[in-house]
Design a binder for this molecule. Sequence first.
Ligand SMILES: [Fe+2]
Ligand SMILES: [Fe+2]
Length: 475
Amino acid sequence: MSTIDYSSAIPNNVNLAEDRTLQRALEQWQPNYLNWWNDMGPDGSRDFDVYLRTATSVDPQGWAQFGYVKMPEYRWGIFLNPAEKERKIHFGDHMGENAWQDVPGEHRANLRRIIVTQGDTEPASVEQQRHLGLTAPSLYDLRNLFQVNVEEGRHLWAMVYLLHKYFGRDGREEGEALLERRSGQQDNPRILQAFNEPTPDWLSFFMFTYFTDRDGKFQLCALAESAFDPLARTTRFMLTEEAHHMFVGESGVSRVIQRTCQVMNELGTEDPAKLRAAGVIDLPTLQRYLNFHFSVTIDLFGADQSSNAAMFYSSGLKGRYEEGKRWDDHRLHGDSYRILQVRGDALAEQEVPMLNALNEVLRDDYIRDSVGGVSRWNKVIEKAGIGFRLSTPHKAFHRNIGSLAGVKVSPDGRVVSEQEWSAKVGEWLPTPSDRAFVTSLMGRVVEPGKYANWIAPPMVGINRQPMDFEYVRFN
Ligand SMILES: [Fe+2]
Ligand SMILES: [Fe+2]
């Protein structure tokens, strides 16, 4: 006897109601998923009614159904973008051949690894953020946190669908393991390091959703080009949700800046101590948080030279960002790319085969994209008549992977001595006292229409709701 009403409980466009094999796999997995959500999902939130959007189909109206939901009852669905007729592989050594509707034996292990690595980041971020609800600066922000969390949960479903549908028994085992690893846990951590760092406060959360969810966007964009068509279609749909996560980050940081600038003007001061005493986050502290999240996130793209990256591309598993809009031959044999290395006591460019540098290509695309929001943040500061400007640090700053790992480079791109690094690091990265100060601001504001002192209200409500809308009802 089936325990799940497939058509309504699990909105989907993968014909789940007819697919007995997939049903059986999900019947096993879903209770464990719910246990994981109850253990590791947003702290103490089980009975809250939250104004959430739920994807019920892939057309524009269908993926944004708003209504009050208790999160454990959220309808995590399975959606793929509609199939493109006779889609062809459009890069790598199989270019021009039909896209794969099933997993080719020779690529099975690598595809599984790619899907598991992507899937692992989704529950990891929910775990990293699970205590933030206790200190939300408003109901609006609390709702946005929960929206991001349930959608990361759905992204896990998306990857588990692929594992269940296309990878048989080892796919099912990987699906279970995704529920067993824990962010930050010593003996069974999440796969990627940035997803084992805590997200201890709301400034970190906004920086994370701006910078690290954007890494998600770029990884998903690269996978959306894949020759393995179900992966391409799944990740395309995930990107529609990712846009909101980055909006939460960009607008969140922007509102923090707006509030700080307002107090700077009211008090006529730039003095961090005075601003802190007034309960807002000074701009140099924001810059240090930005430096931290940017540098930790660009490490996620991997080593600047990687034979795996070359193989993933040539075999069609993973393309480049916007592969279809590029003018080259989409095979890249014989092409080269410049990466950064340290030579003596300076940074120098080195030409390497393009195929081996594809992680760096994606990282550079990411960097170009992420500076956009920073210049929009600067507009807020400029509009307030204040001279300070935020900037992304040099890409060699505070790196932990590839040829720049461990090299001491200042945010403006100078190789510095160990001595200078230790003397200045407190100006470049958040210090324990910065973090303690930001933590001290985190209080819980749950009265509709009210906002914590350190952040400005948003411009408009979610789904055009009024400013005092009750986004979360506590029961
Ligand atoms: Fe995600
Ligand atoms: Fe996300």
